[in-house]
Unconditional design. Structure first.
Length: 384
């Protein structure tokens, strides 16, 4: 007898669900649950086909932790087109369930996490540390299953997955600190690296979302002596202070620019732009010291008619950055998390389980949460 979900009785009869969870039963050839997008403001947990091994280089993960990203709000708000219905999510952490014959870096049972972009690890760009430009790169969505679900396939396991040592594999506090390495911590770090932050630097971080807050952490990690966090939300800026910001600027427009310049005797040499809007890029170049660098990782989603490059030109301000090659930074950042010198976990200000992921999207949309952590509990009963 096979038990499957249906729209009237729910996913599994409650008794069977509890038994499955109690004994942590393995995954059999049945469907799975995953978050699916059904139009603006409409996220559901649906019955979908589970992924499988399709080639020797692939692996299948049983997802235990994932997250809602600020970029997920674009389709949620109807600001970008997306297939309806479609599976979503790009920040997976979990247990390796199965691997192809050619996979050598991970084995079934290993705890792993993965960057938001799948990469082969072997092409020219992966070897240069630009994994997000991988010629064999893929997303986590269909046909790979979407990371906000019970299972997901990684077609390039050796080039993408990062193994967490066994001694940390079941430490929930550590896993919570590792999960931001799938996206926002690596992205904040890329902003700091792109801006040229080094020991003794004076820098400003524009944006108090999860990426901006991780940019503060990254600047501190790289040795900046002055870190100005710029944002509009007191609760988020409090986290920035806890992460190492030396000054807080909760102002806008010309007032913010004047304050930052006064704090840095004319402007910081290193600016981390972590928003991606026209106003934030304009602020970045206005405050940047002549000859300085703007490291940008805010996805340019809302630049309207474009960005005026003349202010960069006139003051010899460099602009570097782009989509963060998170896999290139994963190993070094993981080492710091595991030794206790880096902890981005406070960016998760709300936790939901998969069944309530719609609540997580709503909280992000209302700005009631900085970032939402999603826990996934697999519950399967199969009786032959």
């Amino acid at each position: 007898m096979n038990y499957y979900p249906d729209e009237t009785s729910g996913w599994f009869p409650p008794m069977f669900t509890q038994i499955a969870r109690l004994f942590s039963l393995s995954i059999f050839d049945i469907n799975m649950r995953a978050a699916t997008f059904h139009g603006p403001g409409d996220i559901r947990v649906s019955d979908v086909d589970k992924p499988s091994i399709e080639d020797p280089e692939s692996a299948v993960l049983r997802v235990t932790h994932t997250a809602v990203c600020g970029s997920d709000l674009w389709f949620y708000r109807g600001e970008v087109d997306r297939d309806i219905p479609s599976r979503v999510g790009h920040e997976p952490m979990g247990i390796v369930e199965a691997v192809g014959d050619a996979v050598t870096s991970v084995s079934p049972g290993d705890r792993v996490f993965a960057p938001f972009r799948i990469s082969c690890g072997e092409c020219e760009f992966c070897r240069r540390g630009l994994h997000t430009s991988c010629v064999n790169g893929e997303s986590w969505s269909v046909p790979n299953g979407g990371a906000q679900g019970e299972m997901v396939r990684c077609p390039h396991a050796d080039g993408t997955l990062v193994r967490i040592p066994d001694r940390h594999a079941d430490d929930e506090a550590t896993l919570r600190s590792v999960l931001p390495l799938t996206d926002v911590m690596g992205t904040g770090h890329h902003a700091a690296v792109s801006a040229g932050v080094k020991p003794g630097s004076a820098c400003a971080v524009i944006g108090d979302g999860a990426v901006g807050l991780c940019g503060v952490l990254a600047a501190k990690r790289l040795g900046a002596s002055q870190i100005i966090a710029v944002g509009h939300h007191d609760n988020r800026l409090q986290i920035a202070s806890e992460f190492g910001a030396t000054e807080i600027v909760n102002e806008q427009g010309d007032t913010a620019i004047e304050t930052i310049k006064s704090l840095t005797n004319g402007g910081p040499e290193h600016v981390l732009e972590c928003v991606g809007a026209t106003s934030s890029m304009e602020t970045a170049v206005e405050i940047c010291r002549p000859g300085g660098t703007v490291g940008y990782v805010g996805v340019p989603h809302g630049l309207g008619d474009g960005l005026d490059l003349y202010p960069f030109f006139s003051d010899n301000i460099a602009i570097q950055g782009g989509v963060a090659p998170v896999r290139a930074y994963a190993d070094e950042l993981l080492a710091d998390v595991l030794q206790g010198t880096l902890d981005p976990a406070p960016v998760f200000t709300k936790t939901v389980d998969l069944d309530n992921i719609a609540e997580g999207y709503q909280a992000m949309d209302r700005r009631d949460a900085v970032k939402v952590l999603v826990t996934v509990q697999w519950a399967v009963l199969y009786i032959a």
